[in-house]
Design a protein around this ligand. Sequence first.
Ligand code: NI
Length: 197
Amino acid sequence: MILPIVAYGHPTLKKESDEIDQNYPELKNLIQNMFETMYNAKGVGLAAPQIGIPIRLFIVDGSPFKEDEGAEEDPKAKGMESFKKVFINPIIENEEGETWAFGEGCLSIPSIRENVSRKEKIYISYYNEKWNLVEEEYDGYAARIIQHEYDHLEGILFTDHLSTLKRKLLQKKLINISKGITTVDYKMTFPKAKNKR
Ligand code: NI
Protein backbone atom coordinates (compact mmCIF):
# COMPACT_ATOMS: atom_id res chain seq x y z
CA MET A 1 0.00 0.00 0.00
CA ILE A 2 1.34 3.43 -0.95
CA LEU A 3 1.23 5.79 2.01
CA PRO A 4 1.10 9.59 1.83
CA ILE A 5 4.47 11.25 2.53
CA VAL A 6 4.26 14.17 4.93
CA ALA A 7 5.59 17.48 3.60
CA TYR A 8 7.87 20.08 5.10
CA GLY A 9 6.21 21.75 8.09
CA HIS A 10 4.64 18.56 9.44
CA PRO A 11 5.34 18.33 13.20
CA THR A 12 6.57 14.70 12.99
CA LEU A 13 9.50 15.83 10.84
CA LYS A 14 10.75 18.02 13.70
CA LYS A 15 10.37 15.34 16.37
CA GLU A 16 12.95 13.01 17.86
CA SER A 17 11.61 9.51 17.12
CA ASP A 18 11.26 6.66 19.61
CA GLU A 19 12.89 3.23 19.58
CA ILE A 20 10.66 0.23 18.96
CA ASP A 21 10.82 -3.38 20.13
CA GLN A 22 9.96 -6.70 18.52
CA ASN A 23 6.34 -6.40 19.63
CA TYR A 24 5.75 -3.34 17.49
CA PRO A 25 2.48 -4.16 15.71
CA GLU A 26 2.44 -4.98 11.98
CA LEU A 27 6.11 -4.08 11.50
CA LYS A 28 6.58 -6.36 8.50
CA ASN A 29 3.59 -4.81 6.83
CA LEU A 30 4.78 -1.30 7.60
CA ILE A 31 8.22 -2.00 6.11
CA GLN A 32 6.65 -3.41 2.96
CA ASN A 33 4.41 -0.36 2.63
CA MET A 34 7.39 1.92 3.12
CA PHE A 35 9.28 0.24 0.27
CA GLU A 36 6.23 0.53 -1.96
CA THR A 37 5.88 4.20 -1.03
CA MET A 38 9.58 4.93 -1.60
CA TYR A 39 9.70 3.21 -5.01
CA ASN A 40 6.53 4.95 -6.12
CA ALA A 41 8.13 8.31 -5.25
CA LYS A 42 11.45 7.29 -6.86
CA GLY A 43 13.36 7.84 -3.64
CA VAL A 44 16.50 6.07 -2.43
CA GLY A 45 15.58 6.32 1.26
CA LEU A 46 12.50 6.79 3.43
CA ALA A 47 12.27 7.27 7.20
CA ALA A 48 9.17 6.40 9.23
CA PRO A 49 8.65 10.03 10.38
CA GLN A 50 8.14 10.90 6.69
CA ILE A 51 4.95 8.87 6.71
CA GLY A 52 3.97 10.49 10.00
CA ILE A 53 5.15 7.68 12.30
CA PRO A 54 7.75 8.88 14.83
CA ILE A 55 9.70 5.63 15.28
CA ARG A 56 13.37 4.85 14.71
CA LEU A 57 13.07 3.03 11.41
CA PHE A 58 14.24 3.82 7.91
CA ILE A 59 14.70 1.95 4.65
CA VAL A 60 17.09 2.48 1.75
CA ASP A 61 17.65 1.21 -1.77
CA GLY A 62 20.58 2.83 -3.49
CA SER A 63 20.31 0.94 -6.77
CA PRO A 64 19.21 4.06 -8.76
CA PHE A 65 22.68 5.46 -8.10
CA LYS A 66 24.09 2.65 -10.21
CA GLU A 67 22.01 3.75 -13.18
CA ASP A 68 23.59 7.21 -13.22
CA GLU A 69 25.98 8.01 -15.99
CA GLY A 70 29.56 7.28 -14.95
CA ALA A 71 28.45 5.24 -11.92
CA GLU A 72 30.62 2.31 -12.99
CA GLU A 73 33.78 4.39 -12.52
CA ASP A 74 32.53 6.33 -9.50
CA PRO A 75 34.08 4.88 -6.33
CA LYS A 76 31.31 6.50 -4.25
CA ALA A 77 28.73 4.32 -6.03
CA LYS A 78 30.51 1.08 -5.13
CA GLY A 79 28.15 -1.64 -3.89
CA MET A 80 25.04 0.47 -4.48
CA GLU A 81 23.37 -2.19 -6.66
CA SER A 82 22.86 -4.34 -3.55
CA PHE A 83 22.33 -1.53 -1.04
CA LYS A 84 18.74 -2.37 -0.10
CA LYS A 85 18.31 -2.43 3.66
CA VAL A 86 16.10 -1.90 6.67
CA PHE A 87 17.50 -0.03 9.68
CA ILE A 88 15.71 -0.42 13.01
CA ASN A 89 16.86 1.51 16.13
CA PRO A 90 20.07 2.58 14.37
CA ILE A 91 22.90 4.34 16.17
CA ILE A 92 25.62 6.13 14.22
CA GLU A 93 28.53 5.27 16.48
CA ASN A 94 31.09 7.42 14.73
CA GLU A 95 31.64 9.60 11.67
CA GLU A 96 35.07 10.32 10.28
CA GLY A 97 37.08 11.44 7.28
CA GLU A 98 36.88 14.49 5.08
CA THR A 99 33.61 16.33 4.68
CA TRP A 100 32.27 16.48 1.13
CA ALA A 101 29.36 18.33 -0.37
CA PHE A 102 26.59 16.66 -2.34
CA GLY A 103 23.30 17.93 -3.73
CA GLU A 104 20.66 16.32 -1.50
CA GLY A 105 16.94 16.17 -1.97
CA CYS A 106 14.16 14.82 0.24
CA LEU A 107 10.78 13.27 -0.58
CA SER A 108 9.25 15.56 2.08
CA ILE A 109 10.72 18.65 0.38
CA PRO A 110 9.93 18.17 -3.31
CA SER A 111 11.78 20.09 -6.03
CA ILE A 112 14.49 21.48 -3.74
CA ARG A 113 18.04 20.21 -4.01
CA GLU A 114 20.97 21.77 -2.16
CA ASN A 115 24.54 20.92 -1.36
CA VAL A 116 25.01 19.48 2.12
CA SER A 117 28.43 18.78 3.64
CA ARG A 118 28.86 15.56 5.59
CA LYS A 119 31.75 13.36 6.72
CA GLU A 120 32.68 10.59 4.31
CA LYS A 121 32.64 7.55 6.57
CA ILE A 122 30.26 6.24 9.24
CA TYR A 123 30.11 3.37 11.70
CA ILE A 124 26.57 2.29 12.46
CA SER A 125 24.84 -0.36 14.56
CA TYR A 126 21.21 -1.30 14.02
CA TYR A 127 18.73 -4.16 13.92
CA ASN A 128 17.77 -5.52 10.54
CA GLU A 129 14.27 -6.70 9.61
CA LYS A 130 15.02 -10.09 11.21
CA TRP A 131 15.99 -8.32 14.44
CA ASN A 132 19.63 -9.33 14.10
CA LEU A 133 22.04 -6.77 15.52
CA VAL A 134 24.34 -5.55 12.75
CA GLU A 135 27.47 -3.41 12.93
CA GLU A 136 28.78 -1.98 9.67
CA GLU A 137 30.82 0.81 8.17
CA TYR A 138 29.84 2.75 5.09
CA ASP A 139 31.26 5.43 2.88
CA GLY A 140 30.34 7.07 -0.43
CA TYR A 141 26.68 7.46 -1.37
CA ALA A 142 25.63 4.70 1.03
CA ALA A 143 26.95 6.67 4.02
CA ARG A 144 25.34 9.82 2.60
CA ILE A 145 21.88 8.21 2.33
CA ILE A 146 22.15 6.75 5.83
CA GLN A 147 23.21 10.10 7.32
CA HIS A 148 20.26 11.82 5.64
CA GLU A 149 17.71 9.21 6.79
CA TYR A 150 19.21 9.00 10.27
CA ASP A 151 18.77 12.76 10.60
CA HIS A 152 15.02 12.26 10.05
CA LEU A 153 14.91 10.14 13.23
CA GLU A 154 16.47 13.07 15.10
CA GLY A 155 13.99 15.57 13.69
CA ILE A 156 16.60 17.10 11.39
CA LEU A 157 16.04 17.95 7.72
CA PHE A 158 18.76 18.56 5.15
CA THR A 159 17.69 22.19 5.03
CA ASP A 160 18.74 22.48 8.69
CA HIS A 161 22.34 21.92 7.55
CA LEU A 162 22.29 24.90 5.18
CA SER A 163 23.65 28.35 5.96
CA THR A 164 21.28 30.92 7.45
CA LEU A 165 21.45 32.88 4.20
CA LYS A 166 20.65 29.86 2.05
CA ARG A 167 17.73 28.96 4.32
CA LYS A 168 16.43 32.49 4.12
CA LEU A 169 16.53 32.32 0.32
CA LEU A 170 14.56 29.07 0.42
CA GLN A 171 12.04 30.21 3.05
CA LYS A 172 9.28 31.16 0.62
CA LYS A 173 9.60 27.91 -1.33
CA LEU A 174 9.51 25.89 1.90
CA ILE A 175 6.38 27.65 3.14
CA ASN A 176 4.76 27.02 -0.23
CA ILE A 177 5.60 23.32 0.02
CA SER A 178 3.98 23.12 3.47
CA LYS A 179 0.87 24.70 1.90
CA GLY A 180 0.85 22.23 -0.96
CA ILE A 181 1.92 24.80 -3.53
CA THR A 182 4.37 22.53 -5.33
CA THR A 183 4.50 20.05 -8.17
CA VAL A 184 4.76 16.46 -7.07
CA ASP A 185 3.68 13.20 -8.70
CA TYR A 186 3.28 11.09 -5.56
CA LYS A 187 0.82 11.18 -2.67
CA MET A 188 1.61 13.76 0.04
CA THR A 189 0.09 15.31 3.15
CA PHE A 190 0.59 19.08 3.35
CA PRO A 191 0.34 20.40 6.92
CA LYS A 192 -0.67 23.94 5.96
CA ALA A 193 -2.89 23.17 2.97
CA LYS A 194 -6.21 25.03 2.93
CA ASN A 195 -7.99 22.13 1.30
CA LYS A 196 -6.43 19.00 2.73
CA ARG A 197 -5.74 16.50 0.01
NI1 NI B 1 14.60 13.07 3.54
